[in-house]
Design a protein around this ligand. Structure first.
Ligand SMILES: Nc1ncnc2c1ncn2[C@@H]1O[C@H](COP(=O)(O)OP(=O)(O)OP(=O)(O)O)[C@@H](O)[C@H]1O
Length: 383
């Protein structure tokens, strides 16, 4: 597999220099005939970040992603992609956005290569430069190699496994250089090697300055690949921000390295600060005392402190806390007010459902195949 196209990134289409967010939503809401799928989502996807979108089944990840891409019409709210309003400027923005989403797009009786050639022929980045058929073929070959599908390129799409379909969708998303790549559960149907490849491709995109928004159920993958996370629960953002901040916010404990651990514990306990000796150092409970006060107490008592750092919690634990009890803890970018209102509004919005575009309805049909054929495709001008 190759490292991918070495083409320069396309020019900034919209929004101009200094746009700090590759995607931004405010008050984004979607109601499907009485079901509140997404409720007041304020999403910030920083440029150049790899943002993992997490949430239990039915928490609104796919609906949010589909609204970002202009595939589902929001009931309310604002969306900006690459600094431009969506859906208003969607035609200008989409060529710079690669996406892997559920949507029927590939022809079952054409091969993977032929399908990709159809997509390539509709990419303004390729056709706008007057590239020859041979050059289009080269772009397709590179994309197929990049996702590990070169060996099966001439097989009919209908004979592809779910994982191969997934790879072809990814190839179409990466046919040309993108500024933003949106991947909805890209490891769905992939074996462990395929999952590793997705990890590598995301790392490559990140190294190239591309912003990536990826939804996933695989917390270990998100922890390994993402710089930022957004956690959805019942259609509401319950945490959003840098991954490191989220992991540190998950545990109200300080780990203190000191040569005199036993004495440190005694000093802290004398001050009614819960502390215990562990193999990693002295673990101090910060539930009632800020870390600065802990250090002050220790230093004041003459205990030498070599290092003090917030204990990190695994993403799995943080995720469970945020999504099982959405009112517990203090998530970064806390939205306790919004969480309290989750599902409070069960009244369908005026025009709900009926206001959806035909594209939306097509997407809904695609959604029903989630566990079936798994037809997915990349976006770009080829849609
Ligand atoms: N086309 C639709 N018509 C009616 N309800 C829908 C439609 N699409 C999604 N929903 C509902 O909206 C809610 C959010 O669904 P969504 O698919 O966005 O969640 P998700 O977080 O992507 O779930 P999963 O992890 O299972 O993929 C769910 O209650 C779902 O049943």
């Amino acid at each position: 597999m190759t490292a991918g196209a070495a083409e320069p990134a396309p020019p900034v289409p919209v929004g101009g220099a200094g746009t700090a967010l590759a995607a931004r939503t405010r008050g984004l809401r979607k109601v499907y005939r009485g079901t509140v799928a997404v409720d007041g989502v304020d999403l910030d996807v920083p440029e150049g970040a790899v943002v993992g979108m997490l949430g239990p089944n039915g928490s609104g990840k796919t609906t949010t992603i589909r609204m970002l891409l202009g595939l589902v019409q929001p009931t309310a709210g604002e969306i900006e992609l690459l600094g431009a309003p969506v859906p208003g400027a969607i035609d200008r923005v989409l060529p710079h956005v690669g996406a892997l989403v559920e949507s029927p797009g590939f022809h079952p009786f054409l091969s993977g290569r032929e399908n990709l050639l159809r997509f390539a022929a509709a990419e303004p980045f390729l056709t706008g430069r007057g590239l020859s058929g041979r050059a289009l073929d080269g772009a397709v070959t590179a994309a197929l190699e990049r996702v590990g599908l070169a060996g099966a390129a001439r097989r009919k799409y209908r004979a592809y496994s779910l994982g191969m379909k997934q790879r072809l969708g990814l190839a179409s998303a990466l046919l040309v250089p993108r500024r933003l790549v949106v991947l909805d559960e890209p490891t769905n149907g992939l074996d462990p090697a395929g999952t590793q490849e997705i990890r590598r491709i995301i790392a490559e995109l990140h190294a190239g300055g591309v912003t990536v928004l990826v939804s996933s159920h695989l917390l270990a993958e998100v922890e390994a690949t993402c710089t930022h996370v957004v956690v959805l629960n019942e259609g509401v953002v319950v945490a959003q921000g840098a991954l490191d901040d989220l992991l540190e916010s998950g545990s109200p404990a300080l780990l203190v390295s000191t040569a005199d651990g036993a004495r440190a514990v005694d000093v802290l306990r004398d001050r009614r600060i819960p502390a215990r000796l562990t193999p990693d150092g002295v673990r101090v409970d910060l539930a009632t005392t800020p870390s600065s006060a802990v250090i002050e107490v220790l230093v004041g008592a003459g205990v030498g402190v070599d290092e003090a750092r917030r204990e990190r919690t695994g993403l799995e634990e943080v995720f469970a806390r945020l999504t099982h009890d959405a009112t517990a803890g203090t998530p970064i970018d806390a939205r306790a007010d919004a969480r309290a209102d989750v599902r409070a509004d069960t009244t369908p919005d005026v025009g709900d459902g009926a206001s959806d575009t035909s594209h939306d309805q097509a997407g809904d049909a695609g959604g029903s195949t989630r566990d079936g054929a798994g037809d997915r495709t990349g976006t770009g001008a080829g849609r």
